[in-house]
Design a protein around this ligand. Structure first.
Ligand SMILES: *[C@@H]1O[C@H](CO)[C@@H](O)[C@H](O)[C@H]1NC(C)=O
Ligand SMILES: [Ca+2]
Ligand SMILES: [Ca+2]
Length: 218
């Protein structure tokens, strides 16, 4: 999967359910991290807003049963997601910080940082479930809303993205991935980008409007 347009526009929402923190006792509410493998050259280390590529298996702590395995999905491709912005459950956002490509971790996540008192019936997670994930990280990349990405689109360097600049960017991305698209796709996507990002409606996407994750200085 390419790193371009899809990620800018449609960050995937895997295992994204609201993490319901509901009080509880402090000690039991932390994510426990056990490093299973640490590469000798451990860099770069993941941070909020980075785009990660990982495989992970999820188990119920109560009986060890496996409720999730990324290897059986999407033709076995590892998952892409942006770290620290709620695309995964809160506990995973915490558990995967400061992690480098090649590193493996086993993490234990309390229910308050997972699916809480509700559970998540869709993947058979009961109420109040402590979860264990085994994670293997493959890549730590600049996130889709990085300073670099912004500057790359902002050709005239005025720190805001015009329709023309985004249109140009879309064309380049389309050309790069070479997928067949309906002729109207460009205009629809362009309109959609402005609808979702141009909050003050001035016809530009400002650095602030673009930097939804607020992970870098723009
Ligand atoms: C989940 O935990 C809460 C708080 O400890 C408790 O009040 C509730 O009854 C539990 N729910 C179930 C289904 O065990
Ligand atoms: Ca500009
Ligand atoms: Ca604007």
């Amino acid at each position: 999967m390419g790193r371009g347009i899809t990620l800018l526009l449609l960050p995937l929402a895997l295992l994204a359910a609201p993490a319901r923190a509901e009080g509880g006792t402090a000690a039991a509410e932390e994510v426990q991290i056990e490093v299973l493998h640490l590469p000798e050259a451990c860099s770069p280390k993941s941070k909020k807003g980075d785009l990660l590529n990982a495989h992970y298996d999820g188990f119920l702590a109560s009986d060890g049963s496996k409720f999730y395995c990324s290897r059986t999905q999407n033709e076995g491709h590892p998952k892409w997601f942006v770290l620290g912005v709620g695309q995964v459950i809160k506990g995973l956002d915490i558990a995967m910080m400061n992690m480098c490509p090649g590193e493996k971790r086993k993490v234990t996540i309390p229910p308050s940082l997972a699916y809480g008192q509700q559970g998540y019936a869709h993947v058979k997670i009961p109420p109040n479930a402590t979860l264990i994930f085994e994670i293997e990280l493959y890549a730590v990349n600049k996130g889709p809303r990085s300073v670099e990405a912004f500057n790359q689109i902002d050709k005239d360097g005025d720190k805001k993205l015009s329709e023309l600049e985004i249109s140009q960017y879309l064309k380049e991305e389309f050309a790069r991935d070479g997928k067949k698209r309906h002729p109207s796709a460009h205009d629809e996507i362009l309109a959609d980008i402005f609808k979702k990002n141009d909050h003050d409606g001035d016809g530009f996407i400002s650095a602030k409007e673009y930097n939804v994750y607020q992970h870098d200085e723009l």
